[in-house]
Design a protein around this ligand. Structure first.
Ligand code: ATP
Ligand code: MG
Length: 426
């Protein structure tokens, strides 16, 4: 016998019992984004490999070791997107969305990175990405953070906290990089292999090291904040003031850098201590140089990406309540005529009450076995159709989740009665 096939390691199925929570999260995110007048953009999942190499940077974890790249039948090198910003910028340039106009955009979908799978870290995972183009001031940075804070409130999420930092301009970072490298060379032998390698390729990333011995060494390292240019400093101070005024709590974390090359000035992460090592739920910042770098007109930009698996794990941890997707009604019927009537009556009820969820029994089955299925479906009520009821154009309505007798209701009165019982709009 052949072995049953399994999904690719690190790539998950989202099963029907999980989808109500996913849908609740996606609907809530969308509603919040719409309340800030953001518009959705949908990009392809596959882009040219070169796009990611150029935008994310050759010496980043993603490009060095995490991309799913392949040659297509024409011999072109393509990559399953590891993140959405590059494709979004590419689309904006290609379709002239950002010539002399601002854009507030969002997208969602799967991203792919060949990482070591573990809780909160997968090879296919979902992100919601948000990008704003054409605004350079700290007001829009603040607005994005207010938006995320509002989202957590709306979802009923607790225990996420905001860390922010400024990376300054690329000139300031270049000066800092020199000072950092000079210091780190003096402790070179105490660094782990990863950091030693980064010392040559991408030293700022060492600040982000998850190795506590490396973090301890960084205690005496020069501080990025001391190298930041005055304009960036003022930008950051205004951002902090706006967050204070809006009541968004934050912590300035001078070690916070982002993994991708294109960030400058504002960077931020929403973190939690409830998810073990994978504690960053949402991360982003300013990337004022990327659009021009990819061939567009110089356009300031800021954005973030939110990891849906981590957000959902957190909501599950906190047992946040969300709307139930079980059917309202399970239609039980006995006999061929009643079965047909059941199908038709269900159609009429869906017509009258668009939000009503009706599961109509199909196939054979005794009343007893149908009631068992009705119960297992989680339905609130069973609607019972027998030959006798049919003659009188009546049905039995029986509560399944609470005590109460079955009552007889005329077909014509069913819509109104269900609307009242289930609080549904007609
Ligand atoms: P990390 O430091 O955890 O690897 P990152 O800096 O690589 O994160 P980003 O590229 O900023 O992550 O992605 C934004 C968000 O997407 C992360 O904060 C996280 O919530 C989520 N995310 C990133 N990689 C994964 C993954 N492999 N599996 C699940 N979620 C992920
Ligand atoms: Mg990563």
């Amino acid at each position: 016998m052949s072995k049953t096939l399994q999904a690719v390691r690190g790539m998950n199925d989202i099963l029907p019992e999980q989808s109500p929570l996913w849908q609740y999260v996606e609907d809530t995110i969308r509603a919040v984004l719409e309340s800030y007048a953001f518009r959705e953009i949908r990009m392809p999942i596959v882009e040219k490999t070169e796009l990611f190499k150029r935008s994310i940077g050759e010496v980043t974890d993603i490009v060095e070791k995490e991309m799913y790249s392949f040659e297509d039948r024409n011999g072109d090198s393509l990559t399953l997107r590891p993140e959405g910003t590059a494709g979004c910028v590419r689309a904006c340039i290609q379709h002239s969305l950002i010539n002399r106009q601002t854009q507030r955009l969002w997208y969602t979908g799967p991203m792919f990175r060949h990482e070591r799978p573990q809780a909160g870290r997968y090879r296919q995972f979902y992100q919601v990405g948000v990008e704003v183009f054409g605004l350079e001031g700290p007001d829009v940075d603040a607005e994005l953070l207010m938006l995320t804070a509002r989202l957590w409130r709306r979802l009923g999420l607790q225990q996420v906290s905001l860390q922010i930092n400024s990376l300054g301009t690329s000139a300031a970072r270049a000066r800092y990089r020199e000072a950092l490298v000079e210091y780190l060379r003096t402790v070179h032998d105490q660094l782990d292999a990863d950091s030693q390698r980064r010392l040559e390729s991408n030293p700022l990333r060492i600040l982000d090291s998850k190795n506590s011995a490396v973090q301890a060494l960084l205690g005496d390292a020069p501080r990025l904040a001391d190298f930041i240019d005055d304009e960036s400093k003022a930008h950051f101070e205004t951002l902090c003031g706006l967050l204070d005024a809006a009541g968004v709590a934050y912590e300035v974390n001078p070690r916070l850098v982002r993994g991708l090359d294109y960030y400058g000035r504002t960077v931020f992460e929403w973190v939690t201590d409830q998810l073990g090592a994978q504690g960053t739920v949402c991360a982003g910042g300013r990337y004022d140089v990327l659009v021009e770098y990819l061939g567009g007109r110089a356009t300031p930009a800021v954005g973030f990406a939110l990891g849906l698996e981590r957000l959902i794990a957190l909501l599950e941890n906190q047992a946040v309540a969300f709307p139930d997707a079980a059917p309202h009604l399970y239609v039980v019927s006995l006999g061929a005529q009643a079965r047909q009537q059941g199908l038709l009556l269900s159609e009429q009820l869906r017509e009258a009450l668009p939000a009503l969820r009706v599961l109509t029994h199909c196939g054979e089955g005794s009343f007893k076995s149908q009631f068992k299925k009705a119960d297992r479906s989680g339905a609130r009520y069973a609607l019972v159709l027998g030959e006798e009821e049919l003659q009188r154009r009546e049905a039995g309505l029986k509560p399944l989740r609470e005590r109460g007798e079955q009552q007889t209701v005329a077909f014509d009165a069913l819509g109104g009665m269900l609307a009242g019982l289930l609080d549904l709009e007609s």
